[in-house]
Design a protein around this ligand. Sequence first.
Ligand code: PMP
Length: 437
Amino acid sequence: TLNPAALDAYWMPFTANRQFKKAPRLLTGADGMYFRDDRDRQVLDGIAGLWCVNAGHNRPHIVQAIQAQAAELDFAPPFQMAHPKAFELAEQLVQLTPAGLNKVFFTNSGSESVDTALKIAIAYHRVRGEGSRTRLIGRERGYHGVNFGGISVGGMVANRKMFGTMLGGVDHIRHTHDPARNAYSVGQPAHGAELADDLERLVALHDASTIAAVIVEPIAGSTGVLIPPQGYLQRLRDICDKHGILLIFDEVITGFGRTGNPFGAQTFGVTPDLMTVAKGLTNGCVPMGAVFAQQKIYDTFMSGPEHLIEFFHGYTYSAHPLACAAALGTLKTYAEEGLLTRASALQGQFAEALHSLKGEPHVIDIRNMGLVGGIELAPLPGEPAKRAFNVFLDCWEQGVLIRTTGDTIALSPPLIIEPAQIDRLVDTIRTALRRVA
Ligand code: PMP
């Protein structure tokens, strides 16, 4: 068993550390919809690990693919050479993306994918002779990982405030949603597409010829599961097109079936120029991310006066053989079990179950799309995030893992979830809501 006092004897898990010390939670195994903990309990996984284990835990194709790959080719330097599974994976992936997004670059995480996409965007304009386009625009309440690019374009001020200088020339689109008009919307809220017009304000402020890209999550996950109003993403697309600005979708959470299609772009019917993914790409089993780019972006690099070779960017572990094998095993599992569209079949029941929490203590809003949901609670006076965390602790004791972001409970269960497990997930939260302070 775990000795909380000794937790940081050698390891420094930073943010996790404080919470572990209060209530250590040790995971010892996992299978399907469940984690096992050190008390030998089966814990129902309501958040797919951390929005990533979309096919459920310890799936045979993935385990076998990783084992076989480890025994065959453990590493291939990504700069001077390649290995067959990287090509195979790229080919399979672009079959799933929206039309046009048919080039893929491999990274090791969502944060790396974001910084890669931002660099590609700036370099793309430079190769086209528009070197003045270096400004980047994110969104208030956006989350794009923890590297410097990601925290600069991200909208969580708390994540930036300790680190001094951020990337220069970054602005944030105001207001990501309109809770007053859209409370308890089922699926996409009806009102608020015009909130996207704040992008026009930033364009007017800086001149379009200085702006490289806009980056947004189709659904902002880590800042509270904010579903974009109908027409909102299309409006961003139109404004970007009008001004020659690239649109980047960060699909680290929405990618790989979460919204009922392989990617959120398809669910929302809007195609970005660049798209970042991670998490569900390998079902969370091996670290891996990727950036998808429109063919035109790649072609521009190849034809530009400054050749692609001058875009120095790549990681030691780009297209790592174990990660490629894990991703191929993941895609096979998704395909065999129809998981990339399963959320669309289950979203009606999921929405109904979630919205049955309306009227329970502390609940002030419920948001959902596909198999992602947010239940927003009124904060405890003077103690933001505490009430939701109390719900988390209560659910954990009941044998259910959820996640909280601020005072919003976030749900994103593995896409293999059964209807009865959806009910259990929601009933566990109901019980917790009725007894927490
Ligand atoms: N972008 C988004 C939208 C995310 O949700 C996350 C992680 N939650 C990241 C980027 C960062 O991914 P990673 O933790 O793999 O670096």
